[in-house]
Ligand binder design. Structure first.
Ligand code: PNS
Length: 164
């Protein structure tokens, strides 16, 4: 049976670190769904969900991610409800540090208890380990150059927002 993996996140906006992890997931699993999840703890968002989905899709060709990777959004209910709906048995989370592992571990155990969904932690390339969406938003809004850390579509969208 095909192993379906879901890569969830806020992706506000997607970074080269996220795309590195998505590419690794695409090489490991038969089918990969990238899911833009509404995270009420992270309001207000910079980009709305539809823009985040578009920016992820628009970055695939540049980063060598196959078009077969699906991109969608999930605004209501548990993440594992989506997994059940599409028959996914695995969640993929990118972890940059021990802090990320500590943050993700209770959610991974909860998701296993809720729906028998396993979580796989993947390490991004070390050069991406300091990149986060929140840092990108901050540096960009203060006029810094974020082009080494984001795909072209995101760099253009940020420039349009900040006027730089
Ligand atoms: O990119 P982020 O903001 O670190 O992503 C966090 C996200 C959206 C993956 C996380 O908040 C999450 O897994 N939310 C799903 C909500 C859920 O199902 N919670 C209950 C079980 S942990």
């Amino acid at each position: 049976m095909a192993q379906i993996a879901v890569v969830p996140g806020s992706f506000d906006p997607v970074t080269l670190g996220h795309l590195d992890v998505i590419g690794r997931a695409a090489r490991l699993f038969d089918e990969v769904h990238v899911l833009v999840v509404h995270n009420p703890d992270k309001q207000p968002a910079m980009f709305d969900a539809a823009d985040r989905v578009r920016l992820i899709r628009d970055s695939f060709a540049e980063t060598g991610i196959p078009d077969s990777v699906r991109v969608g959004e999930w605004t209501a209910g548990l993440l594992v409800d989506y997994c059940r709906q599409v028959g996914a048995g695995v969640l993929v989370k990118g972890v940059r540090s021990g802090d990320d592992v500590a943050y993700e571990t209770p959610m991974a155990i909860m998701n296993r208890h809720l729906a028998d969904v396993e979580t796989v932690f993947l390490l991004p390339e070390a050069s991406r380990a300091h990149v986060s969406s929140s840092l990108i938003r901050q540096v960009s809004s203060l006029g810094g150059d974020v082009t080494p850390y984001v795909p072209t579509a995101v760099a253009e969208a940020l420039a349009a927002r900040t006027g730089s």
